[in-house]
Design a protein around this ligand. Structure first.
Ligand code: DC
Length: 227
């Protein structure tokens, strides 16, 4: 039997810094990177392109099977996401897409339809998998597991700053309310709810800079062998 490649799972609520930390850690290690949230977001985008009714679970399951998602690395490590061949990277990051993805992600058949697609990312020399259920379900046998968290207020502040830098003006209280609603939806769903795996190292990133979080995560892994 071939040995499975090493996996580091990084789970946590939205805005905890998972995406940024996971991408930096993957680059430092020279490992593959799976942004599992992008798969749920891609299905959300494809569903809205097809004008599907978000309450029609059967149509959303069909849409999950039919949606092609490709991650393409452009210059300077920039990752673009193609949905059915169309670059949907910017649309994927919208708050509205995140909310649709969170609703779609509560459908058990959608989750199981995406299971094997996510597992296919596990390749040598290793994988950093970012999401909500990477350590609890998809890669329950991962060698390294991290759960990143931060207070809802801090996560809303970070998101607010990010959006302001992009020239997008949003009301802070609305953002905080949306983050709290998404947390509740992700944590309370019956299938694969957002929670740390029993064997995950929980890191509260409130008040921490990205570099410190990256260093804490890399500390959990054995130092690379020197030639
Ligand atoms: O990480 P993200 O914000 O891009 O994820 C968008 C939504 O997708 C999130 O609200 C919940 C869902 N999701 C999930 O249920 N399981 C994952 N492994 C990743 C994301």
């Amino acid at each position: 039997m071939t040995e499975l490649a090493t996996v580091l799972t990084i789970d946590g609520p939205s805005g905890a810094g998972k995406g940024t930390v996971s991408r930096i850690v993957a680059r430092r290690l020279g490992w593959h990177y799976l942004d599992s949230g992008a798969l749920y977001r891609a299905v959300g985008v494809a569903a809205s392109w097809a004008n599907l009714d978000i309450s029609d679970a059967a149509a959303l399951v069909r849409c999950t099977f039919d949606t092609q998602v490709e991650f393409v690395e452009r210059a300077e490590g920039e990752l673009r996401v193609l949905v059915n061949g169309v670059d949907a990277t910017d649309e994927l990051r919208l708050e509205t897409t995140g909310a649709v993805a969170s609703a779609i992600a509560a459908i058990p058949e959608v989750r199981s339809a995406l299971k094997e697609r996510q597992r296919a990312f596990r390749r040598a020399p290793g994988l950093v998998a970012d999401g909500r259920d990477m350590g609890t379900v998809i890669f329950a046998d991962a060698q390294y597991k991290v759960f990143l968290t931060a207070s809802a207020e801090e996560r809303a502040q970070r998101r607010h700053k990010q959006l302001s830098q992009k020239g997008v003006c949003v009301n802070f209280d609305d953002l905080l309310r949306e983050i709290m609603a998404r947390d509740a939806r992700d944590a309370q769903r019956t299938v694969a709810p957002l929670k740390p795996a029993d064997d995950a190292v929980v890191i509260d990133t409130s008040g921490m800079g990205i570099d410190d979080v990256v260093a804490r995560v890399l500390d959990l892994l054995p130092a690379p062998a020197t030639p």
